[in-house]
Design a protein around this ligand. Structure first.
Ligand code: S3P
Length: 170
């Protein structure tokens, strides 16, 4: 993969880590399309992610997420913001790897994630601070499988973009 320039970047990380904000900014810098997987799912289903969870449960959401992932990975070039759980399922990890997109983990401290997610009401998996912390612990081993890690604590979205642009992806 190192011999040719990468044309797809998948941003991953926990809820509230800034995948969508950073992804949008990064796509402008690169002049590549930006795809937000959650937004694709909502558009496809015609309802919010919260509604999908409420009506059909998480298992159904994961099926829909997987199908949406297959579709969005066909776009190149693209900056793709995955959902917080997308890269925590082995088949999805394999799929992203097979496609050859660069994977960048936006690493963010629990306190900051919690603060951001407690303000917004749109995350069905943000139930209480304890289960939130537990879920992050469960996810970390998967996030660590990303090729690149960018520490976002204390950095503005523009600074995070700068960090990504310095990675040996391009
Ligand atoms: C999820 C994170 C959400 C969304 C869904 C499930 C998760 O995406 O895909 O609520 O499993 O962590 P964000 O990380 O963009 O909030």
């Amino acid at each position: 993969m190192s011999w040719h320039r990468r044309k797809q970047i998948c941003l991953l990380g926990f809820m509230g880590s800034g995948k969508s904000t950073v992804g949008e900014l990064l796509s402008r810098e690169l002049r590549w399309p930006f795809i937000d997987l959650d937004a694709v799912i909502e558009a496809g289903q015609g309802v919010s992610i919260r509604e999908i969870f409420a009506r059909s449960g998480e298992a159904f959401f994961r099926q829909v997420e997987r199908a949406a992932l297959v579709e969005v990975l066909k776009t190149e070039p693209a900056v793709i913001a995955l959902g917080g759980g997308t890269f925590a399922y082995e088949p999805n990890i394999e799929l992203v790897r097979e496609t050859g997109g660069a994977t960048v983990w936006l690493d963010c401290a629990l306190d900051i994630l919690r603060q951001r997610c407690s303000i917004l009401q749109n995350r069905p998996l943000f139930r209480d601070p304890e289960s939130f912390a537990n879920l992050l612990e469960l996810r970390l081993p998967y996030y660590r499988l990303a090729e690149f890690r960018v520490a976002t604590d204390g950095r503005s979205p523009a600074e995070v973009v700068d960090q990504i642009l310095r990675l040996r992806i391009f």
